[in-house]
Write a protein that binds this ligand. Structure first.
Ligand code: GLV
Ligand code: MN
Ligand code: MN
Length: 424
């Protein structure tokens, strides 16, 4: 292969990027549509094995840490700390092909492009593939990056159980990804995550790139309300203690708060179940989950307070309530200098970009506690994500990966240009 004369001429292999995204997207295919590749299942194992193979083909040294994060490192010319990128390959139920996977496959593409060019950058470049980002099978979400950031202790993370009774530790061992390396082993100087937007803004504004400067906070709760199961025909409305109706009223009130008062910014009741669960029985027990997100820590706390006040009122009215926080993170502001570098490289590559907020959670928000971090977004068609219809134009996927390549190259060759020690 001809060696490019300048780093600016380096280009990723767009066909290989798209082909790999398709191949990865076939793992865990769900007969109902899309793919369901929950963390540490057999499908996740198969996807991880493919990623390890691609990382090795890209010339990276691969290590697995104790929480199952995959570290692929392309050695640089010096012993400067590595520049890292990465994301996740676990999915939600009936997911699209790009959420998380795009950042991982594009990161591998960057490593492969650099090693094929034969001119290694000064600093090493690493791809991190984080365990259980989605938090569907095991809560909390962002687990692999939380452990790296010491937001959750390794022992506590390994002891977490899924609803089907499996622990993270057992499942990591079962699928062969309980590594021995410390999750803190790789100490990157910078972290840049490439991801699809999962929202409608970039497409609406006809922009190619979003430079993510902040992520809104989230607060996830599992709420249980216990009333009294009774006969649906004989129990007068005034004499019921209907856990189902009460849970629906509370869920609707929380959603209405988001719609009318904008506190929190968004609220979602994604699951609700009633017990015993029969057409002619007043529910004796109702369980629902609520996901509340806001870019202001005060508004997020206000929304949590309103949930707790409502539960106290129900306790006083004779119901028994339990609320368990399954995941929480306050809003995160990314590194301004790193965002500036991404914006500058986007402009050099002729890509129309603007700074923006992320509504979704990402591993980069945990990595922001480890080193200067930021994110790059590419558009999501009609803003659809967590859905098999998730789509980004192939051209935009290639443009985002090209920006990642040149941003990482700039950082790896001149890490001191971002966060140079002050001369004062
Ligand atoms: C992760 O996809 C999230 O729930 O934001
Ligand atoms: Mn994601
Ligand atoms: Mn997701």
């Amino acid at each position: 292969m001809a060696r490019p004369s300048t780093p600016a001429a380096l280009a990723i292999d767009g066909d290989r990027l798209l082909r790999r995204l398709r191949e990865l997207g076939e793992i865990g295919a769900d007969p109902r549509g899309g793919r369901t590749r929950l963390a540490l299942t057999d499908a996740d194992k198969a996807a991880r094995e493919l990623i390890v193979r691609w990382l090795s083909e890209a010339g990276a040294a691969v290590r697995i840490d104790r929480i199952g994060n995959i570290h692929g490192v392309l050695e640089g010319r010096s012993d400067l700390p590595p520049i890292a990128t990465g994301s996740h390959i676990d999915t939600v139920v009936r997911a699209g092909a790009y959420d998380g996977c795009y950042g991982v496959v594009a990161g591998i593409e960057v490593l492969q492009t650099l090693s094929a060019a034969g001119e290694l950058p000064r600093a090493s470049v690493a791809v991190l593939v984080f365990t259980n980002e989605e938090g569907v099978r095991f809560a909390p979400d962002l687990l692999g990056s939380r452990v790296v950031a010491e937001n959750v202790a390794l022992e506590d993370a390994l002891a977490l159980h899924s609803a089907d009774g499996c622990s993270i530790d057992e499942e990591l061992r079962r699928i062969g990804f309980a590594g021995s390396v410390s999750p803190r082993e790789l100490r990157p100087s910078h972290f840049v995550e490439l991801h699809i937007e999962q929202g409608p803004m970039l497409e609406a504004e006809d922009l190619t790139i979003g430079i993510v400067e902040a992520v809104q906070g989230h607060s996830w709760w599992r709420v249980v309300i216990e009333g009294v199961a009774n006969h649906a025909g004989t129990t007068p409305m005034a004499l019921r203690r209907d856990a189902g109706a009460t849970a629906m009223q509370l869920a609707c009130a929380l959603i209405r708060d988001a719609e009318e008062r904008g506190v929190p910014n968004v609220a979602t009741v994604g699951t609700i179940t009633f017990e015993p669960g029969a057409i002619n029985v007043v529910p004796g027990r109702a369980t629902f989950t609520i996901d509340m997100r806001d870019d202001s820590v005060y508004s997020l706390r206000r929304a949590e307070q309103r949930l707790h006040e409502a539960l106290l009122r129900l306790d006083r009215a004779g119901y028994t309530t339990h609320a368990q926080c399954t995941s929480r993170h306050e809003p995160v502001v990314f590194d301004d200098e790193l965002c500036g570098l991404l914006q500058r490289v986007a402009a050099q590559r002729g890509l129309a970009a603007r700074r923006m907020l992320s509504g979704a959670s990402h591993d980069a928000q945990m990595m922001a506690g480890v080193c200067p971090s930021a994110m790059i977004f590419v558009p999501s068609h009609r803003g659809i994500s967590h859905n098999p219809a998730e789509h980004t134009e192939p051209r935009q996927l290639v443009q985002g990966a090209d920006l990642l390549l040149h941003a990482l190259l700039e950082l790896a060759n001149n890490p001191e240009t971002c966060h140079a020690p002050s001369s004062l």
